[in-house]
Ligand binder design. Structure first.
Ligand code: C2E
Ligand code: MG
Ligand code: MG
Ligand code: MG
Length: 279
C-alpha cells in the first residue's frame, strides 16, 4: 500500500515474494525518472586519521529522495541499478558532482582534501569504465591526488587480469584505488598482494564485533598484513569509543564511522572543511 511504500527504512523481512518484486519494479521505474530529474544527491562522510583525529578525506555516498518512494537507501537501489544497467550512469553522476565540488574549492583557493567515489564492480569491469572516468575527470582539471576510487570485490565478476590492467592505468595517471568492504567477499590474499590497490577498507561487520577476541585478532592480522604490503588501512563503521581505542592500539591509522561523523550534505561538508582551514 501507499503508506507502506513511503515508510523508510524499508523492511524486506516483513514482505512476501510478490511484494518484494513489486518494490523492486517500483524502484526500477522511479530510478529512471530519478536519474533524469536530478533526484540523486551526494553526501560526504569524513575519513579520520586515528592518530591525530584530523579529517584526511571524504567518501562520497549516493542519496536518493524520490517524490514517490521517499528516501531509498543505496543499499537497496544500487543492487537494482547494477542488475538493470543503470549503475554506470549513477556512478558517473556522483563522480561529476564530486568533481564539481572539488573544482569549486580549487577555483576559489579553498582547502581541499581527497574524495573517494564508489565504483560498482559491474561498472568497473564494463568496457566503458576507463573512458567514462578519464573523460569526466578531464573536464574538471583536478589533481589526481584529490579523487580516489573504491571498488568492492565481487566473487562473480572478479577478473584478475582486467582488474590489474585498470588499476595500473589509474595508478600511472596518479589515481589511488581502495578495496572496499574487505573481508566479506572474495579477498584472496595472494591476489591482493599482486593488485595495485593503495588502500584496504575493513568491512563494518568486523569493526562491529571487534570487542570479541577472535575478531580482534582477525582485524589485527589484516592491519599487520596491510602494513607488510605497504597499503593504507581504514576501519569502516566505527560507532563507539571502545572500538576506536582498540583500533588505535592495533595500529589502524584511519577510520570512518558514526562515532566521528555521519555522511553529510555537501554544504555541511563545505562548512566543516572551511572550519578546519581556519584553525
Ligand atoms: P560502502 O561504500 O561500504 O559505504 C559505507 C556505508 O556504511 C555507507 O552506507 C555509510 O553511510 C555507512 N556507514 C558509515 N559509517 C557507519 C557507522 O558507523 N555505522 C553504520 N551502521 N553505517 C555506517 P550507505 O551510504 O547506505 O551506502 C551503502 C553502500 O551503497 C555503500 O557501501 C556502497 O557500496 C554503495 N554506494 C553508495 N553510493 C554509491 C555510489 O555512488 N556508487 C556505487 N557504485 N555504490 C554506492
Ligand atoms: Mg565505499
Ligand atoms: Mg561497498
Ligand atoms: Mg565499505
Amino acid at each position: 500500500t501507499k503508506s507502506r511504500l513511503q515508510n523508510t527504512p524499508f523492511s524486506y523481512f516483513e514482505m512476501g515474494t510478490d511484494e518484494m518484486i513489486q518494490r523492486e519494479l517500483n524502484i526500477l521505474n522511479q530510478l529512471q525518472f530519478g536519474i533524469k530529474n536530478k533526484e540523486l544527491t551526494v553526501y560526504l562522510q569524513p575519513k579520520i586519521n586515528l592518530l591525530t583525529n584530523e579529517i584526511e578525506g571524504f567518501e562520497a555516498l549516493a542519496r536518493w529522495n524520490s517524490p514517490v518512494l521517499g528516501n531509498v537507501s543505496p543499499a537497496e537501489f544500487i543492487p537494482i541499478a547494477e542488475k538493470s544497467g543503470k549503475i554506470n550512469e549513477i556512478d558517473n553522476l556522483i563522480l561529476r558532482k564530486v568533481l564539481i565540488f572539488q573544482n569549486h574549492r580549487q577555483t576559489n583557493g579553498l582547502k581541499m582534501i581527497p574524495i573517494a567515489v564508489n565504483i560498482s564492480p559491474v561498472h568497473f569491469y564494463s568496457e566503458s569504465f576507463i573512458n567514462d572516468f578519464l573523460s569526466l575527470v578531464a573536464e574538471y582539471h583536478i589533481s589526481p591526488h584529490y579523487i580516489k576510487i573504491e571498488v568492492t570485490e565481487s566473487v562473480e565478476l572478479f577478473d584478475f587480469v582486467k582488474a590489474k590492467e585498470i588499476l595500473l592505468e589509474l595508478k600511472k595517471l596518479g589515481y589511488e584505488s581502495s578495496i572496499d568492504d574487505f573481508g566479506v567477499g572474495f579477498s584472496s590474499l595472494s591476489y591482493l598482494q599482486q593488485l595495485p590497490f593503495s588502500e584496504i577498507k575493513i568491512d563494518r561487520s568486523f569493526i562491529n564485533d571487534i570487542e570479541n577476541s577472535d575478531m580482534h585478532a582477525v582485524v589485527q592480522t589484516i592491519v599487520q598484513l596491510a602494513d607488510k604490503l605497504r597499503m593504507h588501512v581504514v576501519a569502516e563503521g566505527i560507532e563507539t569509543s571502545e572500538q576506536y581505542s582498540i583500533l588505535q592500539k592495533i595500529g589502524c591509522k584511519s577510520g570512518q564511522g558514526f562515532y566521528f561523523h555521519k555522511p553529510m550534505p555537501l554544504e555541511e561538508a563545505q562548512n566543516l572543511l572551511d572550519s578546519i582551514s581556519e584553525k
